[in-house]
Design a protein around this ligand. Structure first.
Ligand code: 0O2
Length: 245
């Protein structure tokens, strides 16, 4: 376990004492209806963002004859994970404070084939006039010490309800297939409790090495794709000019 995770774990142990189960239970009981409405709004915002990516993917395939998105995953944060984060951040357990401070209740993960696709899609999303960028963390340019790579955006999008419009925050994580594969494996190590400390350190080191290898593989495969598409466009040009003969 790296130092960041160790601190995180220790902090959350202290916090679970600070935010007792009883307090969480009382909060959930008191706010059940409002909380469920709020979560429905987050779900709607998540669907809006997912649709935006589906549209971009379709349009891209029309123009470039390939899909930049391999898959899209969506998730709403669980109550357990939410209250753990509220405790860890030391913020008040109120609806207003949760909405203001917790940015990843709605999450959309976009898995791309190549690193360039990530930046193209992020740019296209942010160009849309109903999308507001709140925060950007580029763990591809600046990977985490663990080796984690991904581009994280916190955005705000409007959802249109019966008689009102409401801006909701959504976290978008962009990864290549290789980055996602790595993150899932590393996630297992992070949350597996009963691994001896020595083995954890050994596996973390091995994972860091894998992260570096897969980063260079991503770049090499992207270069191959670029060369292939250059060649294909030369062939297309030849075919086009031959048709005039
Ligand atoms: P879930 O279920 O995936 O949402 P914090 O959440 O407090 O750690 P912050 O600043 O909100 O901090 O978020 P950060 O570190 O930018 O990104 C948090 C999310 O990114 C995590 O969500 C993971 O999904 C992913 N992530 C970040 N670092 C790592 C890492 O080193 N390894 C892996 N596998 N994933 C990582 P959650 O909340 O952990 O869970």
């Amino acid at each position: 376990m790296n130092i960041r995770d160790y601190i995180k774990q220790k902090k959350s142990e202290v916090i679970s004492e600070r935010i007792s189960n009883a307090k969480v239970h009382e909060f959930l009981k008191k706010n059940e209806r409002t909380l469920s409405t709020l979560f429905t709004y987050y779900e709607c915002a998540m669907m809006e963002v997912e649709t935006k990516f589906k549209v971009l993917n379709q349009e891209y395939s029309l123009i470039h004859d390939r899909n930049p998105i391999e898959s899209i995953k969506t998730r709403i944060k669980t109550i357990d994970s939410l209250t753990e984060k509220v405790g860890r951040y030391g913020i008040p357990l109120t609806l207003e404070s949760i909405e203001e401070n917790i940015n990843d209740i709605a999450g959309v993960r976009v898995i791309c084939s190549f690193p360039d696709d990530i930046y193209t899609l992020a740019e296209c999303l942010l160009e849309q006039d109903d999308v507001t960028l709140i925060q950007k963390k580029d763990y591809i340019q600046n990977p985490k010490a663990s080796g984690y790579r991904s581009l994280h955006l916190i955005i705000s999008v409007p959802i249109f309800l019966e008689h009102k419009k409401r801006d909701m925050k959504v976290e978008v994580q962009f990864r290549t297939i290789a980055m996602d594969f790595w993150a899932s494996l590393e996630h297992n190590l992070r949350y597996k409790r009963d691994i001896p400390e020595e083995l954890t350190a050994e596996l973390a080191e091995e994972l860091l090495e894998c992260a570096n290898i897969s980063a260079s593989l991503d770049v090499r495969m992207q270069n191959i794709r670029k060369r292939l598409s250059e060649d294909t466009s030369e062939i297309d040009d030849l075919i086009d000019s031959a048709q005039w003969l």
